[in-house]
Design a protein around this ligand. Structure first.
Ligand SMILES: Cc1ncc(COP(=O)(O)O)c(C=O)c1O
Length: 386
């Protein structure tokens, strides 16, 4: 028996319709996007990509009434964040972020810092929640060009006060870029009412799609100010040797991950039918059961929030005097999949007080059962007691 408790890395299993849609695309569809004629196959690809763009625009309540042109596809959220940050920030500009970010945000920012971009970190509380007063203070004094933040921590599941942060950015006239890696598909996010400049997503976590597909939902006026990182053929404007300015072509050079888009489209259909609220409720129930059990075990140190309010079911744990890597290995041999270490987020672990040792992250998902959680708690008690 294997129990998968590493959904913060990628969700598993995927709904069956995802693999089916990818297999159908590869075995029966398979045409390139806008690089053919008007054959059934060509039109099939065109329509399925448009359908996925429309679904995403509607799912996140995109700008301009959910205009699908403002959805860009790329390979994952890391690439999406690079497109936005490196395409917008120029030497001399100032960017604000938080101390809880993943390296998908921090590494592009540290690289830009070398080119003369000023990077400032707003503080966070010990439970991983951003310090709203500090954010307010920095925004009022800083004349920032951009703010970038994750919606929830991939280390300890703390959900950030997005509405408050977005309102503060709006008041200060600072465009907001959102990393939704841990929340898309699990929490409702309204890009239009929050006036988010660029929502970055990855397809393979809460959106339940395959790996290798992600993207951006843009605010049109912000997209105009961003330079494309990659230029090349788009299947459009073929008489021009310069990059088209129109979206989605501006940011989508080269053949996209079409099987990935087919899989993501099917996953979005499954999400619509199942309902984000139903998924969130099920995950909260499973998370509460796990948290309850963790609290009853001796010697467990839990990073971040100590209750279920304002968090996702992503738990960062250590066992007193035990190495989290060794612990995760023991549990893996017993059939329980977790993730030890620093989770690509050293600054978040510093904030939570778990740097450099890191923690063992346990992240159940929609498909986990109570019986699996009970079995895990028993195995953890055994491994911790050894
Ligand atoms: C908060 C956060 N941001 C960014 C990423 C990077 O995601 P991807 O590897 O899909 O680009 C992750 C992945 O774990 C994440 O949790």
């Amino acid at each position: 028996m294997s129990v998968y408790l590493n959904n913060a890395a990628t969700t598993w299993p995927k709904p069956e319709c995802v693999a089916e849609a990818m297999a159908v695309f590869l075995s029966r569809g398979g045409a390139n996007l806008a690089r053919g004629s008007s054959s059934e196959r060509d039109m099939g690809t065109l329509n399925s990509v448009l359908d996925c763009r429309m679904r995403l625009a509607s799912f996140f309540n995109g700008h301009e009434g959910g205009d699908p042109r403002y959805v860009t596809f790329c390979s994952n959220i890391t690439e999406a964040l690079n497109i936005v940050l490196r395409g917008f920030l120029k030497p001399g500009m100032k960017v604000l972020t938080t101390s809880m970010e993943h390296n998908a945000v921090m590494r592009p920012l540290r690289r830009l810092e070398k080119d003369g971009v000023e990077v400032t970190l707003a503080g966070s509380h010990r439970d991983g929640r951003m310090d709203v007063e500090d954010l307010k203070d920095k925004l009022s004094k800083g004349s920032f060009d951009l703010m970038v933040m994750s919606h929830a921590s991939n280390v300890c599941g703390t959900i950030q006060p997005l509405e408050e942060a977005a309102a503060l950015c709006r008041e200060a006239g600072v465009p907001l870029v959102l990393d939704t890696a841990q929340t898309a598909g699990v929490l409702t996010i309204d890009v239009s009412s929050l006036e988010i400049a660029a929502l970055c997503f990855t397809g393979h976590k809460g959106l339940m799609g395959p790996q290798g597909i992600g993207g951006i939902v843009w605010k049109p006026d912000f997209a105009l100010k961003v330079e494309p990182l990659v230029t090349g053929g788009t299947g459009s404007y073929s008489h021009l040797e310069t990059q088209p300015e129109d979206l989605p072509d501006k940011f989508e050079s080269g053949t996209p991950n079409l099987p990935g888009i087919a899989g993501l489209n099917a996953a979005l259909g499954w999400l619509e039918t199942t309902g984000v609220k139903t998924i969130a409720a099920k995950e909260e129930e499973t998370g509460a059961c796990l948290l309850d059990g963790l609290k009853k075990l001796d010697g467990i140190l839990l990073g971040g929030k100590q209750d279920m309010a304002g968090r996702l079911p992503v738990f960062s744990i250590n066992v007193k005097n035990r190495d989290n890597g060794v612990l995760a290995d023991r549990l893996s041999r017993a059939g329980f999949e977790t993730r030890p270490g620093l989770h690509c987020a050293p600054s978040a672990h510093r904030t939570l007080g778990s740097f450099p040792e890191g923690s063992m992250r346990v992240s159940p998902g929609y498909f986990n059962t109570k019986a699996e959680i009970d079995a895990f708690l028993e195995a953890l008690a055994d491994a911790a007691g050894e």
